[in-house]
Design a binder for this molecule. Structure first.
Ligand SMILES: [Mg+2]
Ligand SMILES: [Zn+2]
Length: 179
């Protein structure tokens, strides 16, 4: 059973854009790829878990989502990073699905498919819904201050770790998760 870093996408791995719908608007946050490369070298699985309700709302064509994730995979590959998976909830918030964060469904599905030990894994994100999904899945939680992270920090959500950005969070987790 492997340990995983579960990553939110927008505002955590790439710069927050309201309803990102064009591949050219996907920009990785500085240092993210290098940190993930190091994590994988240490045996961590790296799994993206993302809510994309814009698909259900008709704002993001499904083929655009495919193109955006192809760009994400290509950008990371240029930095020698391979993702173990990208798990997406495309449902409307009112649909009552079990995968839209803060529900833990995306993490639970990934854990089953990729043989991940959730209790030794971390969820890293910029919103309370990310951290809550991680907590409900039995993971530890890391808040990044990119994206909506400053607002989330102000709300006082009890994350296990708070870091300026993804690279900082990964570094602390690789060092044992100490605050
Ligand atoms: Mg986010
Ligand atoms: Zn869903």
């Amino acid at each position: 059973m492997r340990r995983a870093l579960f990553l939110d996408r927008d505002g955590t791995l790439n710069a927050e854009v309201n309803y990102l719908r064009r591949p050219e608007d996907l920009v990785l946050i500085g240092g993210a790829a290098g940190a993930l490369r190091e994590a994988r070298q240490h045996g961590w699985a790296v799994v993206v878990v993302t809510n994309q309700a814009g698909v259900a709302r008709g704002l993001i064509p499904p083929e655009a989502l495919v193109a955006i994730h192809a760009k994400l995979v290509a950008e990371l590959a240029r930095e020698q990073v391979t993702l173990d998976g990208i798990y997406v909830c495309v449902h409307h918030p009112d649909a009552g699905c079990r995968c839209r964060k803060p529900e833990p469904g995306l993490l639970l599905t990934a854990a089953a498919e990729l043989e991940i030990d959730l209790t030794r894994s971390w969820m890293i994100g910029d919103r309370e819904t990310d951290l809550e999904a991680g907590r409900r899945a039995g993971c530890r939680t890391a808040l990044v201050l990119t994206g909506y992270g400053q607002t989330t920090a102000a709300s006082g959500y009890p994350a296990d770790l708070i870091a300026p950005d993804l690279a900082g969070a990964v570094q602390r987790i690789l060092n044992g998760g100490a605050a």
